[in-house]
Every structure is written in structure tokens, then in C-alpha cells.
Design a protein around this ligand. Sequence first.
Ligand code: GLA
Length: 385
Amino acid sequence: MTEPRELVAAVHARLFRRQPDFIATAPGRVNLIGEHTDYNDGFVLPVAINYYTAVAISRRKDRQICANAMNENSQVILDIDAIMEFDSAHLWSNYLRGVVSELFACGYRLTGADITIFGNVPIGAGLSSSAALEIALIRALTQLSGEPIDGLTAARIGQAAENNFVGCKCGIMDQLIAAHGEANNALLIDCRSLEFRSVLLPKDVDLLVINSNVKRQLVDGEYNLRRQQCEEVARHFSVQALRDVNLDQLSAAAADLGDDDVRRARHVITENQRTLLMAQALPAGDMSQVSELMCASHESMRRDFEITVPAIDTLVEIVRSVIGDCGGVRMTGGGFGGCVIALIPRSQATEVTAEVVARYPSLTGLQPNVFRCSASSGAFVAQDD
Ligand code: GLA
């Protein structure tokens, strides 16, 4: 299969009759544990995956950006100096519009550009194809304009584009891992200080990402609602974020808070603890601890945070029935569908895949897609040659 970076280079040359000046790439991600903790100033443990978005870019003399999205078979032309407006006819272009407007707000002086985009991160599967697109665009636009950017700033701008322009109040996890992912490692990110460190993955373990193919609906609305509920509980305790609340304080205040709020907060508090433990269990190769933590995380998302759906729970049960405590499995990402992540001994990958393919369709009426992923490096920009 042709690599996205090669494909965009070839198509760019054909469309714009010139070679790209640069090609920027940024990966999708899968979160091993630490769900809905990022916007609560908590901890997350994502991995950049070997599926990515590539952006080919070349300079234009005028003040326009002409962008072609190959996945969507769609093209838009923007005036860099105009105030960006939401475009409901070309939804993908709002990531570009958001990124351009946030870069402008941060003082970056962009030059006109022709852009070709292609990615192989499954779209709408909870693998952060949008963060991959944002970060690849930010790296390409700033490089072309002679204003290269560091990973953390790129991540902040990508998140701002999503929060302020696209309308999803996401945290910073997806953009930060797209910018800073590292081969063979997960990244433990402290979403308060924004410090991060690599966490080595055990050698003979496979990352199996299984797309449930549940059609996700009203996802942003439910996501923003969860965030609002978490912020309300933090306000109740007069603290900056749920990071500052512990389980004893939560139980003591249970009578004053609604049942929903208590359960939402309990998920976040316990998930932070699990994430820190997972960052120790993985390099130690302690798979039974990994298994326990991922199982507890899934249960917490199912009962307390209420972001799983029956088909996802079924998928998790099928995988669990094969791997037992030799590996871990849980839903990953924002929720309401999307993917399951399984960390399993390599020797079990074929059996797990066969079992999922055999049982999932008859139990749910849906077809799964199984991806064997490897932990990969983050965004990269190269001069085209
Ligand atoms: C989405 C958001 C992230 C994070 C996860 C849930 O992927 O973009 O910021 O909140 O959901 O962990």
C-alpha cells in the first residue's frame, strides 16, 4: 500500500503542477488508559500509532490557501487575512480554518500556500484523526512560513482550534501525543503541568485496536456535557480541577452532590490513580496488573462515567474471554462507540482476532475492523526531495 506521504507528494505535483516544498506528517493515537482525565488536569497514557495524516505544502505568491483533502475529494480556497467562518458544507476544512485563525491570534505570520492532505487514520473511530490533521497542518504552515513551532505550542494551538472553532471542548491529550509520540513508548502526560515522560512498552506485547464500527451520534454534545459535570463538581469543592479532589472528600460530600456527579467524579479520581499505576506496570512487564487496571478502567467508564455502549462492552468481553489476565482490554477515546484497545501477548493476537471476527457480528449486527498497531513517533516535517 502506498504511504500517505508518498501519495500526497504525487497528487500535489499533479494538482498544483509543482513539487511540495515540505511534507508534514502527524499520527493518530490510541490511549492506553486515562480517559476523560486530561481536561480535569489529570494523567493520560497515550501512544502514537503507525497511521497518520500527511500534508504536502508549497508556497503561493498571493495571500490564499488552496487546500485539497483527498479523503473527502474536496477542495477549499481561503483568504488568509479574512476572518475565518465555520463552513458547514466542507466540515473537514474547519480544522484548517481553526488552525489558521489560532495561529494568527498567536502572532504567526503565515504565507499563502497550496496544500494536499491525505491520511490513513480511520475517521470517526476515536483514533484522533482530527488531532493528526491539526498538528500536520500546523507543522506544515509554520514551516513554510519560516516560523517553525515547538511541539507543545503546536498542541496548544491545535486544541484551541478544536475548542474555539470546531466546538469540541477537548483536552490536550490528542494533540500532544500527535506532536510528541515516541516509537515503542507510551507517553505519561501530566495535563496540569504539561510535563511528560516516555513509558517503555513490554517487548512481546501487541497493541490491538478494534473498531466497533458503532455509529457515533451526538458525541460532541455528550463529551461537552461530561466536561461540564466534572467542572461543576470541582466548583463545588472550590478547586481548580478534579485533580485536586480525593475519594474521601468525594464521599464526605456525596449527600450534597447528585448521584450522577458523584459517579462522574469518582471515575476521574480513580482513573488518575490507575494511570499512574499503569505507567509502572508496563515497563515492569506486569501483565496481570495491566489486565486488572484496564478492566477496572473499562468498568469505571461503563458504570460511573457512562460513556460505553453495549456493542463496545460486548467487544471487550469477547477479548477478555480469550486473554484472561495475560493482557488488558478497554474502550479507548472519548466514548459512545469508537475503538477498543487490547494489550496482549503477541502469541495471542491471531486467536483474539479470530474470536472477534467470529463472535462480534452475530452478537451485535456489526462488523469489526482489527488493526495491529505499533507505537510510533510523533509529527515530523521534511523538505521534499
Ligand atoms: C477525546 C478528547 C481528548 C480526551 C479523550 C477522552 O479524544 O479529544 O482530549 O478527553 O476524548 O479521554
